[in-house]
Design a protein around this ligand. Structure first.
Ligand code: GDP
Ligand code: MG
Length: 139
């Protein structure tokens, strides 16, 4: 299993607030290479399936509604130690607790609308990348 790739989404809040460019800049400046990228709007079915692991959590419905509220940018990113380094770059789930200079600290306003997704393990990075991208969409 590759350990040098992770999967991300720039979420609807960050897209709507005009932060796509700034967030991609931060990602590239931190040493990540873009392997694959697309600009899409999730359906209830795709968002529900993507977040199926959170189905039993009280915020699942809100999460699916939020993630389908506007377009997102989905991408596969490459760097040594990608999963861990990317979680460091984005900061804590709750932007109020995200370290200074992290993407969620700079661009997110609430725990639900928190600007970006980042895979939490190599295994999930692989599953999430395969959910969005075919082998012909990776460079
Ligand atoms: P992450 O891995 O840091 O994104 O956090 P989790 O995997 O725990 O949660 C997935 C996503 O669900 C988060 O990024 C938030 O968008 C959302 N979320 C987490 N906690 C809450 C909550 O308490 N309320 C709501 N509405 N959304 C939440
Ligand atoms: Mg997570």
């Amino acid at each position: 299993m590759a350990t040098n790739r992770t999967f991300t989404m720039i979420k609807p809040d960050a897209v709507a607030n005009g932060h796509i460019g700034a967030i991609l800049n931060d990602i590239i400046a931190d040493g990540f290479r873009i392997v694959a990228m697309k600009y899409i709007q999730l359906t209830k079915k795709t968002a529900g399936d993507f977040y199926a692991v959170h189905k039993e959590r009280p915020f699942y419905g809100e999460l699916v509604n939020f993630m389908t509220s506007g377009p997102i940018v989905a991408a596969i990113l490459e760097k040594d130690n990608a999963v861990e380094d990317f979680r460091k770059l984005i900061g804590a789930t709750n932007p109020a607790e995200a370290a200074e200079g992290t993407i969620r600290n700079k661009y997110a306003k609430s725990i639900d609308a928190n600007a970006v997704h980042g895979s939490d393990s190599n295994e999930n990075a692989e599953i999430e990348s395969n959910f969005f991208f075919s082998q012909f969409e990776r460079f």
